[in-house]
Write a protein that binds this ligand. Sequence first.
Ligand code: SIN
Length: 333
Amino acid sequence: MIKKYIAVLACVLSLPIGHAVADEAPITLRFSHVVADDTPKGQGALMFQKLVQERLGGQVKVEVYPNSTLFGDADELQALQDGKVDLLAPSLAKFDQYTKQLQIFDLPFLFDDLEAVNRFQKRAKGRQLLRSMEDKGIVGLAYWHNGMKQMSANRALHAPADARGLSFRIQASGVLEAQFAQLGAKAVPMPFAEAFAALQSGKVQGTENTWSNLYSQKLNTVQPFITETNHGVLDYMLVTNSRTWYAIPHKTRTELEAIIDEVTFAVNHAAEQQNQADRQRIQSSGKTQLVPLSPEERQAWRTAMQPVWEQFTPEIGADIVKAAQIVNRKQSQ
Ligand code: SIN
């Protein structure tokens, strides 16, 4: 028996290294997401595909499925766990059922701006959260920015009370549900792909999203007012399934990680620019009125949201909330 193993090992060891790789079929990584190509995440997925083709062509192939064409919000994380798809970059709000710690990113008015979010993601606590779903077989590879969310509705939302009685489409997240409940509004969780129809039909009268998501899904065309609340962040975690990821040969995985670092850098530098360009496009269309908030109005919103922080801090972890608060340049808490 031992002789047999030695023979097999000798046979494997005698193969030239590149030979085994060259003879194998390329590894295919299916990357599914729910937004348009022309958004920070859509561009990131395409850049990843391009760089993998250039540097690992023949060994690894990336297939990109945008706009919920393979899986949508309702089934993509289950599909990842089942090995039906290999890469996703869901909005951080959508991991609600897998870890409560990532709810930190949904707390309203926690981060002053995207730079503060960036600092938090780079520090120890933020890095640690990339591993918060390993017990579910989900590996976090990187954070990708989209940007800060705005609130849109069929009326201007100068004060928290202006939202009372309206229904808002939200991502399925306990914090976002509590945020709108706190305003006396109704939160209706639904997949991103259904948001336009729900707003158009009047099933909901408002929503919250980034400029690039509002513009690329034409949500602005069915929303007469967008209040520039910048009240929360909509960012992504690039995730894979641990079985898939650790089955990739170490050298190839290291090269993929280097490509991911490069793409992450590019996405995170371009996201804010894209959002500002789309904000400008929405404004220039003349169909939607943009409503700025004065510092006093913003403070009133922030104060109104404090009970949401208090409700969710125990399950997120006070240490994580504290680490997030100290990344803001000006402490208004
Ligand atoms: C996304 O950016 O992936 C979609 C966010 C949403 O569902 O609003």
